[in-house]
Design a protein around this ligand. Structure first.
Ligand SMILES: Cc1ncc(COP(=O)(O)O)c(C=O)c1O
Length: 385
């Protein structure tokens, strides 16, 4: 049996999306900027996808720019807005300490360009408080970037409330919604943001496809310059097969969003409940609500998460850890560290992220294998934490 509980890393491509991509790749090879029929067919395939993806987030199709994924969308939002806003003289950028590296590393690059940056704390809940933003905002703040759902914990940030606060100082608001789109309802107007990033491979679309939603009238400079594609906001010859795949994945995901969310929440809650009751020394990291329905992050006392990941992988179960292995040492995740968790607890944490294909039988399988794996590792490590 192979069980995949790592959907926050990536998801399997929806079969109809893959079929569409193959057909478009093979038959619809026109350049969407070409005037002839093949070109116009490619353009109309893109238009369809643009309208599907914008429906998913309550946006106008013309406000959507297709990108190569979440990382580019985050870069475009922050670098593009920073460049456009620099002439105003406001050079302060606020984000949260639990953002994805696509935001955090971009902030560091902007800091080297003279931007002052502030990272908001989150506390043990893994949720940013509006007061933290109020304290950090200044008249100089040009951009506020707050992720919608956190990739490691699943916790949902109060983006609408934070956006309203940011507006009091006239700051532009970006949200990285890569982990919330197609998991929970996401509506750009209700969130009150100016820029929103999404990525197709997190909702059963292809890798290397995503979008940045840019509210009409928002000042943003392109980061890819050249031709007049995407209303001169992103130059390149479009990857029509990937964009078409994203559109189909979106439509399929949207039609099942609510039933899937309810089913996944029930599966996730059962998994969480059973792990906590069957295995001593286990704790859920971060607030349990508000959280996307598919994610839980659990610490296993006295178990090195990386060893548990490997033990589960040998049983055919794919999960991920809250620690990243860099230069041969286990670095606790910046998210768990930002929550103030002790290093050992961060190093003991496993993320289970469920997806549309998961079943009760797979949870049973995990619950059969996991307690034994934990017990074995604990007996091997003896008194180690
Ligand atoms: C919250 C968040 N933002 C951005 C990204 C990057 O997206 P992509 O893999 O499409 O570049 C990810 C992917 O893990 C993510 O979880």
């Amino acid at each position: 049996m192979r069980v995949y509980f790592d959907h926050n890393a990536t998801t399997p491509v929806d079969v109809s999306a893959a079929d569409t991509m193959i057909r478009v790749l093979r038959d619809e090879y026109g350049n969407a900027s070409s005037v002839h029929r093949l070109g116009q067919q490619a353009k109309s395939i893109m238009d369809e996808a643009r309208s599907a993806v914008s429906t998913l987030i309550g946006a106008e199709p013309s406000e959507l720019v297709f990108t190569s994924g979440g990382t580019e969308s985050d870069n475009f939002a922050l670098r593009g807005a920073a460049e456009a806003l620099e002439p105003t003289g406001r050079k302060h950028l606020i984000a949260t300490s639990i953002e994805h590296e696509a935001v955090l590393v971009t902030l560091k690059a902007l800091a080297r360009r003279g931007w002052r940056t502030t990272l908001l704390p989150v506390g043990e809940s893994g949720i940013v408080s509006p007061d933290a933003l109020k304290d950090a905002l200044t008249d100089d703040t040009a951009i506020v970037s707050v992720m919608h759902a956190n990739n490691e914990l699943g916790t949902i940030q109060p983006v609408a409330e934070l956006a309203a606060i940011a507006r009091t100082k006239g700051a532009l608001v970006h949200t990285d919604a890569v982990q919330s789109v197609a998991k929970i309802p996401v509506n750009v107007r209700e969130l009150g943001v100016d820029l929103l990033s999404l990525s197709a491979h997190k909702f059963n679309g292809p890798k290397g496809a995503g979008a940045l939603w840019i509210k009409r009238g928002t000042r943003i400079a392109p980061i890819l310059t050249g031709g007049k594609h995407e209303r001169t906001r992103r130059a390149r010859t479009e990857n029509v097969p990937a964009i078409a795949g994203m559109g189909v994945a979106e439509e399929r995901g949207r039609s099942k969003l609510e039933p899937d969310a309810a089913r996944l929440a029930a599966l996730r809650d059962r998994l969480e409940r059973e792990i906590l009751s069957r295995i001593p020394g286990t704790m859920v990291n971060g607030a349990r609500e508000p959280r996307v329905p598919n994610t839980t992050n659990i610490s296993f006392e006295r178990v090195e998460a990386e060893s548990l990941l490997i033990a589960l992988d040998l049983e055919g179960i794919a999960v991920s850890t809250g620690a990243a292995c860099s230069s041969g040492t286990l670095e606790p995740s910046h998210v768990l560290r930002a929550m103030g968790l002790p290093t050992h607890r961060a190093q003991n944490s496993i993320r289970f992220s469920l997806g549309a294909g998961n079943t009760d039988a797979e949870i049973d399988f995990l619950l059969e294998k996991l307690p034994k794996a934990v017990e074995k590792l604990r007996s091997l490590t003896g008194a180690r934490r």
